[in-house]
Design a protein around this ligand. Sequence first.
Ligand code: 3H9
Length: 686
Amino acid sequence: MSDVVSLIIDGDVGVIKIDNPPVNATSAAVRQGLLQGLEALEQAPKLSAGVIICAGRTFVAGADLKEFGRPPQLPRLPELLDRFERASKPLVAAIHGTALGGGLELALACHARVAQPGARLGLPEVKLGLIPGAGGTQRLPRLVGLERALAMVLGGEPVSAMEAVEAGLVDELAEQDLLEAAVKLASSLARAGRWRRTGDLAVPTPDAGELDKVAGRLLARARGQHAPARARDAVLAAASLPLGEGLALERKLFEECRTDAQSAALRHLFFAERATGKVEGLAAPLNKVAVVGAGTMGSGITIALLDAGIEVVLIDTDADSLERGAARLRTHYQGLVDKGRLGAAQQQALLARLVVATDPREAAAAELVIEAVFEDLSIKQALFATLDEVTAASAWLATNTSYLDVDAIASATQRPDRVLGLHFFSPANVMKLVEVVRARHTSSDALATGVALARRLAKIPVVVSNATGFVGNRMLQAYGRENQQLLLEGATPWQVDAALESWGMAMGPNAVLDLAGMDIGYRARRARTDLPDDPSFFRVADALVEQGRLGRKSGRGNYLYPAEGPRQPDPEVVQLIEAEARRLGIERRVVAETEIVERCILALVNEGARLLEAGVAGSPADIDVIWVNGYGFPRFRGGPMWYAAQRGLTEVVAETRRIGKTQGALYWTPASLLVRLAQSGENLYP
Ligand code: 3H9
């Protein structure tokens, strides 16, 4: 029938099979094939029912995201699915893998659903700034009720096949052969001569209070995003409007989402996050990894490795630190057991893969060593010299440094081609981002091995080149310096944080400093020789540290942290800032929220462009992935470089120059890449 959809006869049942790798998305060819398949099925007198099934690893995982932004091709999915629902013969969806978005909508338009026990079903459109646009918001509530439909559509998280059965979304679990079970069910519906059209069902009467609670909770989580509120309106319409009108409203709201810049930004990130994992080079499989340094970072990395089924030797030459690290691991897993998220047997199996040691020679059998010791170049160099001696010549050696020179660390070994950076973010078992650092001699196989490991740990690796602070922290410095300068000029830490948080940053820069511990940056600045000659550079942060205000860990930093309750502004901090500003001859004034956002974000953009120019970042999309996944940049804005591109580089350059008039050229000379692109009318993205 077509390359991607075929009709196979199984007794009196026609099996429409979709085979469109990698995820059977409903591309134009699939939609055409489905229509032809349905017509052929309806016209064949010998066939009394149909089954929709997919080849490969999954049921349809959604509309084809590559088609968004291209001219639409017929048949469109909503009309096609209406046609499926009104079919003259019963249709059964046979689900394995993931039935997501348009895929679940296809299943909802069928007359019954059979799923393998491991299948997952969901409407994740909000994660792409969309709402379900092919009947999902109208048909799902008719099967599972408004409350659950709201939770699934606004939250975007899939449910398991078992939950789907309990909710009434799936009719049957196929413990054995999926196709056989679906064919049997389709045949029996045909024999009975009765089948149910989802769209004909009434929406169960909701509990209004509960509805408000569910919607309120989910919308609060979706701060700044447009799609979830539209999704709520569409789902609630299922209860108040007849199907046809509900579908028309869904269509209208879907179109608003599709043309919204937020959706373009989120779809950009979807592909960008998948592209960063594609590197040349041969990745070595890893089964045994040593982690040196049992502090917070080392323990977090160890958890991530153990969770991925890798054997770990955790080494710390200080027996007390090692014991604290080991205790942290035990507490972590015990916590999961207590919450019922891990079985006792699994806990045992995980911990059985862990060995702890104080002697670096215990790294001898490791295929990869990840160093996570104190940020001090000479300590790291000495350790790498030792590791070079004690490990096999084939072992890879990685440093988790967040800003030190990886070339200098590699130079302590005889195998600089096998040395790389693996910059995890804290807490390393939670944060998705890993900067995989290419030093001067790092081989492509070493990079590929680092990237593959990060993927195996379910993280998002981004390859960056060796430079102080790499990409993420280098940009953080530019952003942080602007924050600090704004404080001296008249803003308060809570004002800066509130402005950036309401713009969408997960946490303001001053709250972040307090969380991370301000002494870390303080020490790093003391050790560096490349900082600008600028007496106001990070002066507020330094003065706070000098007063013993290290952040949360000391109970006070930019904020006060009472033993109970949330952080609080502290007038003493304002006095300290005023004193510093006086000393530096800076006259304080009222700083507007718009100025705060503009200066912090454009500083970020300009530094990002400089890193692109210098080849430290591989692409603008890499920078976006780093800032969204490592630094809380709002996803719905697509990342700093995407934001700049959408705003227009001519405006970005003009605005950077305008700020430079009062702030000076040291920080505010627009990156020549931006100037060049703006002049030639090009943009950052192809
Ligand atoms: C929608 O359905 C709108 C409708 O309501 C209305 C329409 C009118 N399109 O993630 P992976 C590619 S909106 C095109 O690495 P995994 C992906 O780029 C959609 N391509 O694998 C990658 O390509 P490559 C709602 C897609 O096993 C490859 O497949 N659906 C699509 O870790 C493998 O992907 C969603 O939002 C797509 N829809 O995870 C689901 N999906 O190899 C989005 C994937 O070249 N997808 N690709 O890099 C996912 O969540 C995951 O891909 C999935 C598999 C869980 C399916």
